[in-house]
Design a protein. Structure first.
Length: 258
């Protein structure tokens, strides 16, 4: 839901009409569902072995068939809705979805785990601007900033599962860095993304940009505090996504995709 909301905001910031924004939201949501459901299916045996009662497929294996059916429907919808946005946007959305699937299929257990998030999130501004009408590529720096936000989201998302991942031998970049290293990496990525956006667009509305940057800094500190006090909670991830929303707002205020 966080990725879908942020992507929809990017469509709006890119100046796309409301029907295209809604179509883009539907396409991204379908793609995210395929990523989420495939992740649950692939991880089900490991989740059962770890006794993950918070995972439906870990406690109810009979749901596998329904999830596979839903996954198939979501895949078809992803293709059809993406093509309705134009072939350029469809190709870029395929990059985002492929990044998520690559992560699920094994990249998450390698030192290159953050690369999947960097590529998937980095393609989102281009997906928004490449949709019809008037498809075009955004400035390269917007994709770099979005990719860094994705890296921050990766670290924040993995933090609550670090003990189970280590026990199962899943050694992605966050697991190798540990909880403290992952928090610092997430904060560094967030601040770098904000810095890129500020340097490219801040001169247009310096006061509002400064306020937004201060908000990103506060949210980064909240992420650190949440990860330190409740490493098993979702606070760090939610704070990261909130910071991403602020970055998109700065883009909107400064017409960063226009």
């Amino acid at each position: 839901m966080a990725v879908t909301v942020l992507s929809t905001a990017l469509f709006a910031v890119a100046g796309k009409p409301l029907p295209v924004c809604l179509l883009g939201a539907a396409a991204v949501l379908a793609g995210q569902l395929t990523i989420g459901w495939s992740n649950d299916l692939i991880d089900a045996p490991r989740d059962r072995a770890a006794g993950r009662t918070d995972k439906p497929l870990a406690v109810a294996p009979e749901l596998d068939r329904q999830v596979r059916l839903a996954l198939g429907v979501a895949l078809v919808l992803t293709v059809l809705l993406s093509l309705a946005l134009g072939w350029r946007a469809a190709a870029l959305h395929a990059v985002t979805v492929a990044g998520g699937w690559a992560y699920n299929l094994g990249l998450k257990a390698t030192p290159w785990s953050a690369l999947a998030y960097f590529v998937a999130f980095g393609a989102l501004p281009a997906l928004a601007t490449s949709a019809i009408p008037g498809p075009q590529l955004p400035p390269a720096w917007t994709m770099l900033a979005a990719g860094l936000v994705g890296v921050a989201a990766h670290f924040g998302n993995v933090l609550p599962d670090l003990p189970e991942d280590l026990a199962a031998g899943v050694l992605g970049l966050p697991q190798r860095l540990g909880a403290r290293g992952s928090v610092l990496a997430a904060v560094a990525a967030l601040l770098a993304a904000a810095g890129i956006i500020d340097s490219q667009t801040g001169f247009r509305n310096p006061v509002l940009t400064a306020i937004g940057t201060a908000a990103v800094l506060v949210l980064a500190l909240v992420a650190v505090r949440s990860a330190t006090r409740r490493p098993r909670g979702r606070g760090a991830f939610l704070a990261t996504m909130a910071a991403a929303a602020v970055d998109v707002t700065i883009l909107a205020v400064n017409s960063g995709l226009g």
